[in-house]
Ligand binder design. Sequence first.
Ligand SMILES: *[C@@H]1O[C@H](CO)[C@@H](O)[C@H](O)[C@H]1NC(C)=O
Ligand SMILES: *[C@@H]1O[C@H](CO)[C@@H](O)[C@H](O)[C@H]1NC(C)=O
Length: 194
Amino acid sequence: MQSVAFSVAIVCLLAGTVSGGIVFDRPCPTDIYVKEYFEVDSYLGKWYELQRYESVFEENFDCVQVRYTLNDDGSVQVSNSAYNLFNGSTINALGRAVLSYPDEEPLQAKLNVSFFGAPNDLSNYWVLDTDYETFSVVWNCQPVGEQQSEESFWVLSRTPTLPADTNVMFRIHYIMRRYIDRSLLRFTRQLDER
Ligand SMILES: *[C@@H]1O[C@H](CO)[C@@H](O)[C@H](O)[C@H]1NC(C)=O
Ligand SMILES: *[C@@H]1O[C@H](CO)[C@@H](O)[C@H](O)[C@H]1NC(C)=O
């Protein structure tokens, strides 16, 4: 029991890194359009995870929240939390994010996120689209050898459920149709406002 809980916690807590993704028998796609003119400040704050790619399914745990705050050095502190739906216990993981290519113009929404003090040496958090106030769609692909790749995908929301906004739905579905295998998506359970 203990080891099951532990491994699931790791999958959850590494959201934003390579782990927990899905392996595809193809190299990383290169025709990906990432959000431009990215505004880090507007992206800060709390997000709820609504959906993600997941290969491992666990009944008891859900990764529900991530909170981004600005560090003194201009990097972003990443605080991920997961909770056990049955007994309410929470696990947290602290990470750090930096813009992957801060001098790029227009600035692309690509970040290097790492946890547990690991170096920020992977551009592994690409915001494909966000309106900052309602939703964010995040994608990551890392090569696995020459012919395979591991992809991660998250739909984040400022609220535990998305508002019924046609424009927001259109933007999210546009990206899913274009880049995502929906059969591999998992919905994150959100109990209530926390
Ligand atoms: C909640 O359940 C998990 C998994 O069974 C366990 O590891 C944890 O210690 C429990 N926490 C509390 C507060 O009971
Ligand atoms: C982010 O990672 C990429 C490699 O994926 C690297 O080229 C880039 O220099 C890193 N950015 C920062 C700010 O460390």
